[in-house]
Design a protein around this ligand. Sequence first.
Ligand code: G6D
Length: 347
Amino acid sequence: MEILKVLVGEFKGKTIESYNLRNSKGFGINVLNYGAILTDLLVPDKDGIIENVIMKYKDLNVYEENPSYYGALIGRTSGRIAEGKVLLNGNVLSFNKNYGLNQGHGGDIGFNKKLLEVKTNANENEAFVEFYYLSPSGEEGYPGNLNLTVRYTITEDNEFKISYKAISDEDTLVNLTNHSYFNLSGNCKEDILSHYLYIDSDFLIELNENSVPTGEIINIEGTPFDFTNPKTIGRDIEEDDYQLKIGQGYDHPWILNGGNDIKLKLYHKASGRQMDVYTNQNSVVLYSLNFPDDELLECGKKPARRDALAIETQCPPIGEDNIFVKYSILRKGEEYDKETIYKFSII
Ligand code: G6D
């Protein structure tokens, strides 16, 4: 296992480093000490050709603002909080409305824009890069000093794991995720419509017209959201369905079934790449890049709708009227402990 630290630039005087981890087969990741942003997830195809299976901006400087949260750590809370208001222990917490009428993805300066402390380690079976951040009480409106540790590990078996640990000195809200956009064709050769997707889920969280969870739970059997039998992402994405219209595609939280089985599978036939996702999170937001930004990608083009799928394992976003707040509450002194594993194979 190999770890390389590379100086890649500066954001307003902050030194930006990339940590490049590789196993003996060339599988690996490149990740920044800013926002724990994953810029590269390098995976072999059926012919052994190693390519990036996540979307990457060409110009490093775009990551300072990162308009679509490419590869970033999202926190303190992922998804939307209606009107930027939450009731916690009888107190109303007010957040900046950085997502139209709502707060989204941790506010104006979320964890995606933080310079993080870094430690690395490697042995013959795995290598990791670990990020630390102390989020002070009151930051972006969240109570409690929050001590955060996020570890990205790669293994000799072509697995990539993200583990999240956090502890606070006051009751607070935490719902962390990673916002990588996957495309297994490699170096964004084609869109994601022909990728096969399986999700271990029978229920979807309904969204209102502003994409905020209403609290209603939809049984998805036989609907365009039903991926219990693998089907291509493109098969039903243009169906006449109110929830699809709201998101202009998939941009919804699925409730994951319990157990330790594979929670999600993504497969791209031409490259032979398959990714199995395991997690102890209870839901996943999938976003089919319905509103691409205008920044150039490393593969030489600008992103188009449906070019990639963001897979955000998390707990349900807080939503309207505090409806799912209980999942995001981290009590004083309790440990937040979540993990997601992305396992790659060739089929
Ligand atoms: C999230 O659900 C949201 C999308 O609506 C958003 O635009 C994207 O992040 C950047 O997944």
